[in-house]
Design a protein around this ligand. Structure first.
Ligand SMILES: [Fe+2]
Length: 234
């Protein structure tokens, strides 16, 4: 988020220390994802700046329980995820639409492009869409995702992570990012996480483990704008 501006308002450039950008060595896909030509500014239309009136009416909520999709509970470590959507002042962004997706405990996505030789889990569905309440909170019951290898990368394994897409009040207001888990050794070598140069900004991408019975509970903040905005990640 943070890309919207009223006419005449300057858009601040991204902070290269706290946001990943450009082509990363050893991370082949960034060459395809990052523009090779200078950006061109074009006027935004009224509907882009103002529509739709309520994103959550177009994007209906889908499942809040990825671990209980099938007849049995999904395989893996049961976790509860509490993510709060806030602005730069820590104020909740009520009504933000939060899409969540991740792989199963064996590191397998429900997606035809996933060629990783890991078993699917018929009791796991890997995606949800939630709407933040008055406190900006979304909650998800799921299992902890596994690590998986990046194809043709020479041994790069992605650490366990959860993908988020956060929609604000209009279509252009969107943050796509990833959340990581504390204490994971693969965090130290992950090209996506470490494309963020600032160690403090990287730490903000790692969820916090909090005490709970019968499951592991993690808390996380999705900061949609400002100096401490959550970095965008594919
Ligand atoms: Fe992923």
């Amino acid at each position: 988020m943070g890309i919207l501006s009223a006419p005449g308002v300057r858009i601040e450039p991204r902070d290269p220390r706290t946001q990943s950008q450009g082509v990363e060595p050893g991370y082949e896909q960034t060459a395809r994802r990052w523009p090779s030509q200078p950006l061109q500014r074009r006027p935004q239309s009224a509907s882009e700046l103002a529509g739709p009136l309520r994103v959550e009416r177009r994007l209906q909520p889908v499942r809040g329980d990825l671990a209980g999709y099938g007849a049995k509970r999904a395989l893996g470590q049961l976790i509860h995820l509490r993510a709060r959507v806030v602005d730069e002042d820590g104020m909740p962004v009520r009504g933000a639409v939060v899409e969540v997706w991740h792989c199963n405990a064996a590191g397998k996505y429900i997606h035809p492009n996933d060629t990783h030789d890991a078993p699917p889990d018929p009791n796991f569905y890997g995606a949800a869409r939630l709407v933040a309440g008055d406190s900006g909170l979304v909650e998800l019951r799921t299992i902890k995702p596994g690590a998986y290898p990046v194809p043709d990368s020479g041994g790069w394994w992605r650490p366990p992570h959860v993908h988020f897409s956060v929609w604000g009040r209009v279509w252009l207001s969107r943050l796509v990012t990833q959340m990581f888990f504390p204490g994971e050794p693969l965090n130290d070598s992950d090209a996506i996480l470490n494309a963020i140069r600032d160690p403090e900004a990287r730490l903000r991408c790692i969820a916090r483990l909090v005490p709970a019975d019968n499951y592991l509970a993690y808390e996380y903040q999705l900061v949609v704008r400002g100096r401490k905005a959550t970095p965008g990640m594919p």
